[in-house]
Design a protein around this ligand. Sequence first.
Ligand code: NOJ
Length: 557
Amino acid sequence: MVRVWWKEAVIYQVYVRSFMDSDGDGIGDIPGLISRLDYLQELGIDVIWLNPVYKSPNDDNGYDISDYRDIMDEFGTMADWEKLLELCHARGIKIIMDLVVNHSSDEHPWFLESRRSRDNPYRNYYIWRPGREAGGKKLPPNNWESLFSGSAWEYDGGTDEYYLHLFSRKQPDLNWDCPRLRSEILDMMTWWLDKGIDGFRMDAVHLMQKPAGLPDSKKKPTHREGYVNDEDLYSHNPGLHGIFHEMYRKVLSRYDVMTVAEMNRTTPAMANDYVAPEREELNMIFHFEICGLPQYVPGKKRIPALNRIQEKWYRATWGTGWNSQFFNNHDLPRQVSVWGDDGPYRVESAKLLGTYLHTMPGSPYIYQGEEIGMTNVPFGSMEDINDVSLRNEWAKCAAGGETEEHFLDRKRKWTRENARTPMQWDSSENGGFTTGKPWLKVNPNYRDINVEAARGDDNSIYHYYRKLIALRKTYPSMVYGEYKLLTPWNRRIVAYRRTLEDQTLLTVLNFSGKPGKFPLPRALVKGKGKILLSNYGRETPPEEGRLDPWEAAVYLL
Ligand code: NOJ
């Protein structure tokens, strides 16, 4: 196993818009983040993944970029960003930037040019096609539904053609078959790397290469006008490997940086073709096989399914590639609310989930607020929702006759908006996030759940995360150790060993609110080996391997 810094790193994701507001406009910003760097350093993380901070009209909160080489006005200036990088590096913290190049904003100068005329030199930077006619009606070029609802094509009267947008209509897809566009993006990546960043998180890259000929989907319509939301058809098309290889060869290989690619629909069988070092493409990917389990796989089958997926990925990538570990991010609900218990066992279950993510094979990603056990939000009305994807979906469902109450009952627990409410710093108005009106309402539980309270309590989730991160730096087996699952059929208890040379760690987790049992190795019971971390504060192994609700422990054998 080759040892490299990004395998050892703990990565902390900052959704700048909701992290810390320094100027009272209700929107988090870079100076706000700078003011909290001491906090992140104390937590012990190694890398910050910054969600997009580039110039953007914010149709999709920064994932619609109008200038790849400048900073969003609400977030500050390039000088602020440079200061951030410098201060992070001075603390030994690296920064990776979000690279959003499946699409740009429709306000990007390239697109403004592109839509001017069919023979504009920038026309080919995007994907334009004539419409189809049926029964005297003008129809989009194919039946694709956007991942954000409605047709994936927008008609442009000026040139009488449609452009493709797999996300919102303000996010036109870039055309990776256009050599000039490709080299513009590579130049832009080089520009940021020369500024000293430490890598990229790459957005929705499985979609960059479209299927040849843009064929209709053959699946059942997902939209009343006959469109089909067919991400399989849009994903992992031939040519994608060529794009990553070119990025690597011409740009990334010249720097000591990491890449992590967001790639829905990736299977373990495909993984190594993207992440094996000799392929010269990517370092690791976010696959999403685990994320849907709480929603789609009911109680008793969920934990065995989780284990099966983890084992598959381990077998597929161990020793040949690398994996990432996460339960939540800015697109997913809060992990303690969907994987744990955000009621009576919030603290215990949040610690258990953290234990899992930091002791499994792969790099752990912490999403802001996870380290204090922030929870889902009791959204009461669509007026409290900003997210373009949920708003579009609501428009589609409302047109089909669904009531708002019914829609929210279906969506409340699963919407990504849960992750996006402001960070809860203290118990003052708006959780200390802003002195103004927050862009998105703060979770009403901020008076109890906040950083100040967590720092002042030795038994908090926050202090537990600090210990977890420190353990990862002390015990190389937590990073490089081979993984062996000991409980493949158990529905609630998850136990596994990580072994590197003569160092073996055992993690035992009770993924439930009921007491449980796991037979501990005899040597451990007899006092050989020790508890490294316990979310019940145990100093010796529990008798007969009994486990309290949501109990988690890491042992050195
Ligand atoms: C994935 C990002 O994580 C998400 O927030 C965004 O809406 C889409 N890609 C489009 O960029």
